[in-house]
Design a protein around this ligand. Structure first.
Ligand SMILES: Cc1ncc(COP(=O)(O)O)c(C=O)c1O
Length: 482
């Protein structure tokens, strides 16, 4: 029987047996099946197939219960004082900081944990305070989230150059030789900052962590964006040694959504020059002399205003929840599911033998995470409209993501969108007021489709989730494009 008939004819039980034979490591992760049934029952009760974990993780019922119990039972005040309710909040914030240190192996003598609203907030703290200067460089990969790309504005405003290292079209990875040349070639005495993601939020590609040490030895400060990496991989800050690591907690455990952090090496944080001060960040300021203020040393000097003192206990609870399962178990599980999905997607065929799926980025499990970018393509090789696919998936309560995922570099390379193709989106306001208009402008003029479908797995993904996506993809077999 051809692979294309498999889902319609065989059914989930047989497919699951076949999957377990091919990916036996999945069987070691059954604790997550029990957890899903007990703590995430709403997923199956409401018939959801959730495949957007790189967008956001899901919370367990017990996280909410524990957090609400804590709020119900405690009296908590604004931390910056010595009164009992204030002290209680400060203790809970310290517990959260300690939990983050433990989870990411970021010991106190080496690292500061700065609480932020999200990973973007962490990146902005670095960008706006980094000592960019003429002669300095901001070096970054094409593969980056826009919250990293945006740092080029700070670099440019202070006279530093921004240099991009492209990804290769065939696998959306960086060429190692090109990275080394760029690291060796740039900069004199002025400060230089290198930024790349540990895992792409577009293609799932994992870039070598060894570049951190190599770059630092050559005098670079390094941002290793771990927002997409941390939810399903062990992140050991001390072993990697990056200067700045941004993370969003909702991507790890779903709740709370307003909390992230910057894990920063102490000496790197000390190099930053904040562009302002605020309540909470200073020990002392005067209104009688405008340059009189003392910034609080360490993380506190970077936490503007009142920290999210009621939300932070939920971070501790979330970390304990992940720890109760173990990040390595989550890692094994999503790896098995992603491996199966990659193989099956690339085997799907129309009846004339032409492929039904095109995967962008790494096509097998080597050095990649469980985020897969793809097109469903018709027998002539043209993609089915991404928004139509997303809408059709939504009708089946399948949550996948369509678009460019705030990662224009990977999208432009994956879809061969040249600078000229993009130009009208930036020079002709009537052609591209919105993202959708820009995409249509490019598509109408060039025939290229500048957006993508993304399937991403996480904490409680199971075989039924990926099986349902395969059945959905198979339903496009032999379908003509609109
Ligand atoms: C790799 C990467 N970096 C940064 C971010 C920004 O995270 P947030 O939107 O939580 O600030 C994301 C979010 O998707 C991401 O995937």
């Amino acid at each position: 029987m051809g692979a294309h008939m498999y889902y319609a004819a065989t059914g989930m039980a047989a497919a699951r047996d076949d999957f377990l034979r091919r990916f036996p490591a999945y069987a070691t992760t059954t604790a997550i099946d029990e957890l899903r049934a007990a703590e995430y029952a709403r997923l199956d009760r409401l018939g959801h197939t959730y495949l957007d974990y790189t967008g956001g993780g899901l919370y367990a019922e017990s996280q909410i219960r524990r957090h609400h119990d804590l709020l119900r039972e405690r009296v908590l005040g604004n931390p910056h004082s010595q009164n009992p309710t204030s002290v209680a909040s400060a203790e809970l914030a310290k517990e959260a900081r300690d939990a983050v240190r433990r989870f990411f192996n970021a010991p106190e003598d080496e690292f500061e944990i700065v609480f932020t609203a999200n990973a973007s907030g962490a990146l902005k703290l670095v960008g706006e305070a980094y000592p960019f200067a003429p002669g300095g460089v901001f070096l970054l990969s094409y593969d980056n989230h826009n919250s990293v790309n945006g740092i080029r504005e700070f670099a440019g405003n202070k006279g530093a150059a921004t240099t991009y290292i492209p990804v290769r079209e065939k696998d959306l990875r960086l060429d190692e030789g090109q990275v080394r040349t760029a690291l060796r070639g740039a900069g004199g005495a002025a400060a230089k900052l290198f930024a790349y993601p540990a895992q792409s939020n577009f293609s799932g590609a994992q870039h070598p962590l060894e570049w951190v040490a190599e770059a630092r030895e050559l005098g670079w400060d390094v941002i290793l964006d771990c927002a997409a990496y941390a939810p399903t991989n062990r992140l050991d800050a001390a072993a990697i040694g990056a200067d700045f690591i941004p993370v969003s907690f909702y991507k790890l455990f779903g709740y709370p959504t307003g909390s992230g952090c910057l894990i920063a090496r102490r000496e790197a944080l000390a190099k930053l020059r904040r562009p302002w001060f605020a309540g909470g960040t200073i020990t002392l300021a005067s209104v009688q002399q405008q340059d009189w203020y003392h910034l609080t040393p360490g993380a506190t000097g970077f936490e503007d205003g009142t920290i999210d003192y009621l939300g932070l206990p939920a971070v501790t609870i979330g970390i304990e929840h992940v720890e109760s399962v173990g990040i390595s178990v989550i890692h094994e599980r999503v790896r098995a599911l992603a491996g199966w999905l990659l193989e099956e997607l690339q085997r799907l065929r129309h009846s004339d033998g032409s492929p039904l799926v095109r995967v962008f980025g790494p096509r097998d499990l080597e050095r990649r995470g469980a985020t897969i970018a793809l097109y469903l393509i018709d027998p002539k090789g043209r993609p089915y409209d991404v928004y139509d696919v997303e809408t059709a998936a939504a009708r089946k309560r399948i949550s996948v993501r369509g678009g460019c995922f705030c990662n224009p570099g990977d999208g432009e390379v994956a879809h061969h969108i040249s600078r000229d193709d993009m130009e009208r989106c930036f020079t002709d306001p009537s052609a591209a007021i919105t993202l959708m208009q820009c995409q249509h402008t490019i598509e109408d003029r060039t025939g290229k489709v500048p957006n993508t479908i993304r399937v991403s797995l996480g904490f409680v993904s199971d075989f039924a989730d990926v099986y349902r996506f395969m059945s959905f993809a198979e339903s496009y077999r032999d379908r003509p494009s609109a």
